[in-house]
Each structure stands twice: as C-alpha cells, then as structure tokens.
Ligand binder design. Sequence first.
Ligand SMILES: [Cu+2]
Length: 138
Amino acid sequence: MRFPSVVLRSIAVSSIAFRSVLLRAGLALALVLGVVPLAFAHAVLVSSTPADGASAPAGPLALQLRYNSRIDAGRSRLSLDGPAGAGQVLKLDADPAAQDRLAAHIEAMPGQYVLHWQVLSVDGHVTRGEVKFTVTGQ
Ligand SMILES: [Cu+2]
C-alpha cells in the first residue's frame, strides 16, 4: 500500500513547517520580552505646544515638548524649519525644575513650521522626531 507512506510524508513536511512556525513564534516572543521594556526607557514625546498639526497666531510663541522620562537638556537639541529658513538651531530655555521637557521661545511669522527635536534620555539613548505646525497671520 502506498497510501500510508504519502500520509507519513505529508506529516513529516507539516511537522517541519510547524517547527518553523514555533521557532518564529519563539523569536517574536523573545523580541517582545527583550526589546519592548528597553523601548519604554527611551524618551518618548508625550505632548507638545503647539501640538502636532496645530495652528498658532503670529508673534511671540512659546514652544514646549514634554517627554515620558527625564532628559539631558544639555545634550538635546531643537531646530526649526520655517519661513525664515531651515535648520535654525533654537536656544533652549533653562528650567532645572522641568527635567522632562524642552522649551524655547520664538518670534513667529506666518507660515509652515517643522520643529525637529533630538533628545538624550537618562538611559543614554537618543530619540528624534518632529512637530509640524502652522502660524497664521493676525
Ligand atoms: Cu532607551
């Protein structure tokens, strides 16, 4: 009878496929267990003023970025693309009491802005991102 050998072969093939699935599931689990806790230690942007996608009136504008953990403001950086040019590095407001945020002030003219942030969190990891906002005329 040939039938049983065909069945056996197909069981062997599906067993290899099953092991490969198990291996992948194991790797995925290891990634989840091993990498996600580290990712939580990085500085993640919690909120910003202006908020991403928001509008603000022209004139003096306070920029603030708040993170989920303490950051090293001395090794963090804000730069701004706007109607006055791209890559303008902003002078950060010093506030030793606010160790989880970056702040700066600008005199904003109407236009589209992209605020680029790069922060060093206390766990030694650098994260980056951007906040886009619009400044409207009076
Ligand atoms: Cu980290």
